[in-house]
Design a protein around this ligand. Structure first.
Ligand code: TXA
Ligand code: MG
Length: 353
């Protein structure tokens, strides 16, 4: 395999005779992927939340290619994954709040926004003086970080604005040969992106993006109340992106998506799919009925959410209706509601596909 590495640093794909670029996460392949990363290539790696599109965080040109391949505006900063607290301290100033949260939730699905140190290239943080950091807990991500010996910038491995990937195949579906190194660590354990906490103002700790770790759990560790920051409307100029992580319009399938309230039925037409939070038990359910979970358990809904949205997006429906939990919900249910609202937001705004 190593002979492919040089060919792949922004150049044409090799002729491997294979249609897939997905590699099982064997120890040998992890060593190979680490070498590819050290040479400046990009790879997809599994994490417990969603798959990430990884490159060396301290290598400006690798980071530039992450933006290019995702089609992501340069004003939307990258999240950086580190192996341990020693690396976190080299990249950012860990406040007492950060130390408490890190001790409690890392490794795990929590991203901290912290004041950055100068070693991080400007492109990573889109010129901001803060950086998004997390230590993932997926064993393959941890082995890869250890093998690389450096931090990895890794936003979710989906084209900008599209549904995030919860399997290696989702990554392959979106990028094909443009991203030839995809490390398969199985379906994501959580299925939704990490909770993002802004710690840059210790007087007002807030959640930029809800995830599996709730505001209540974070507030309990810190001993102060922690609130959710409201998503910003789609930006009309770059400056609006200065509240990153809070874009209202995001995570959307190409098929128009509408929400209906939990426990109700939508006014669906014949070719429209209807997705419930839990299994519909009736004698003759419509063939266009689907559900995110059998039981209604939030963990099961989260694990299946992006996979089902992607599958329905391929199925030729004219609209996808999704049952959405109440926005006042807490914990993972809040994150589910958040992702569904953002997936639907562009239709509400009357925007184009
Ligand atoms: O679970 C996750 O967080 C996954 C896995 C791969 O780790 N990553 C992920 O990355 O979701 P991404 O780029 O799709 O989402 C990270 C969010 C973006 O919305 C970005 O705007 C925000 O974090 N972000 C990055 N740096 C920031 C900063 N300095 N201040 C505020 N938000 C920031
Ligand atoms: Mg993303």
């Amino acid at each position: 395999m190593p002979q492919y590495v040089d060919q792949f640093c922004g150049k044409a794909p090799p002729h491997r005779g294979a249609s897939s670029f997905v590699y099982p996460a064997t120890p040998d392949n992890i060593v190979f992927f680490a070498e590819a990363l050290r040479r400046g290539c990009l790879v997809a790696m599994p994490t417990e939340t969603v798959y990430g599109l990884a490159g060396l965080a301290l290598d400006e040109s690798a980071c530039r290619r992450i933006f290019q391949i995702k089609g992501r505006p340069l004003l939307d900063p990258l999240i950086v994954h580190v192996e341990d607290l020693a690396w976190a301290n080299r990249l950012a100033s860990l406040t007492p709040e950060a130390e408490k949260l890190a001790a409690h939730f890392w490794p795990g699905p929590l991203t901290l926004i912290l004041r950055k140190k100068t070693v991080i290239p400007t492109i990573v943080t889109a010129g901001l003086d803060s950086v998004a950091l997390r230590i993932p807990r997926h064993p393959v991500a941890r082995s890869l970080l250890a093998a690389v010996g450096q931090p990895l910038a890794a936003p979710s491995a989906n084209p900008f604005g599209y549904v995030s990937p919860s399997t290696a195949q989702h990554v392959a579906d979106s990028f094909a040969s443009a991203l030839p190194f995809i490390l398969d660590g199985g379906p994501a354990e959580i299925g939704l992106e990490s909770t993002i906490v802004d710690l840059t103002n210790p007087a007002e700790v807030s959640i930029l993006r809800p995830g599996g770790i709730s505001a209540e759990a974070i507030g309990e560790v810190l001993g102060v109340p922690v609130g959710y920051r409201q998503p910003s409307p789609a930006p009309e100029n770059g400056l609006a992106l200065m509240a990153p992580g809070t874009l209202k319009r995001h995570y959307s399938p190409r098929t128009p998506l509408s929400l209906f309230d939990e426990g109700t039925r939508p006014p669906a037409q014949a070719m429209e799919a209807v997705v419930f939070l839990k299994a519909v038990r009736e004698q003759h359910p419509s063939p266009h009925f689907y559900w995110f979970s059998e039981s209604g358990d939030p963990g099961e809904i989260a694990r299946n959410l992006f996979a089902l949205l992607r599958r329905l997006d391929q199925a030729g429906h004219s609209r996808i209706w999704c049952e959405s939990p109440r926005e006042t919900a807490a914990g993972l249910t809040r994150a589910i509601s958040d992702r569904l609202s953002r997936a639907a937001a562009k239709n509400k705004a009357g925007g184009s596909k």
